[in-house]
Write a protein that binds this ligand. Structure first.
Ligand code: PEP
Length: 250
């Protein structure tokens, strides 16, 4: 049985004091929920404050990105070596990084390798765009993104988030059955590479998940949790999603 994982991606939201306050609220509401792994991913500058706020709690911290070099003349970038003392997880290849910052499959692969080398657990985001979905190309896109990302990556130390781009931040979530089918395809593809890893690998759904629709996803057999954007900025809503993840597995 795979432990459900609910991850909050705060994106470029919250000042340091707002991030610490949100973490404090989450600590109060989520600490008693023990059967779900909980991770929050604040902006880089708030990682230290959020880690301090959550110290000794069961809520883990993740980053939203990293650069694949260890150190050097890369103005504005943050490496895995810098992050590893601040967090446990890191989101890699989010569609906003691919869309606005030109990240391609090769770069995503280098970031995954850098994260794992440093001891961070990457959450790899993959998903098709609207036009690709409408053209019936979802599986082809997922296959390409998987193949580009995986070279040299330890599949036992990976989380995947299936995030259809058209569902992110749009309020237009996938259907539970549709997301389950896509995630089943991803697992099947992973099984073709490493069948043991495919059984333990957690694959999350992400894209307009809220407390109102979370159960539809979390009750699906292939879906091991959620990557939550907008709804993770409200402590009560995020906590409700986490609780539903626990209930879905009982
Ligand atoms: C995300 O940022 O990964 C995401 C899924 O955002 P939202 O939940 O707002 O669609």
């Amino acid at each position: 049985m795979r432990t459900p994982l609910i991850t909050g991606n705060w994106k470029m939201n919250t000042t340091i004091s707002e991030a610490a306050a949100l973490a404090g609220e989450l600590r109060l509401t989520l600490e008693p929920v023990s059967d779900v792994e909980k991770v929050v991913c604040p902006p880089f500058i708030s990682l230290a404050a959020v880690k301090a706020e959550l110290g000794g709690s069961s809520i883990k911290v993740g980053a939203q990105n990293l650069y694949f070099e260890d150190k050097g003349a890369y103005t504005g970038e943050v490496s895995a070596l810098m992050l590893v003392s601040l967090c446990e997880y890191v989101i890699i290849g989010h569609s906003e990084r691919r869309q606005y910052f030109g990240e391609d499959g090769k770069m995503v692969n280098r970031k995954l390798l850098a994260a794992q080398k440093a001891g961070l657990k990457p959450i790899l985001c993959i998903g098709e765009k609207l036009a690709e979905n409408e053209a019936g190309r979802t599986e082809e896109v997922l296959r390409t993104q998987i193949d580009e990302a995986f070279s040299g990556v330890d599949l036992n130390l990976l989380v995947i988030a299936y995030e259809p781009v058209w569902a992110i931040g749009t309020g237009r979530a996938a259907s539970g059955r549709g997301a389950n089918a896509a995630i089943g395809f991803i697992r099947h593809r992973v099984a073709g590479i490493d069948s043991q890893a495919s059984r333990v690998l957690r694959i999350l759904y992400g894209g307009s998940v809220t407390a109102a629709n979370a159960a539809e996803f979390l009750s699906q057999p292939e879906i091991d949790g959620a990557l939550v954007g907008g709804a993770s900025l409200k402590a009560g809503e995020f906590a409700a999603i986490v609780r539903q993840a626990g209930e879905a597995r009982r």
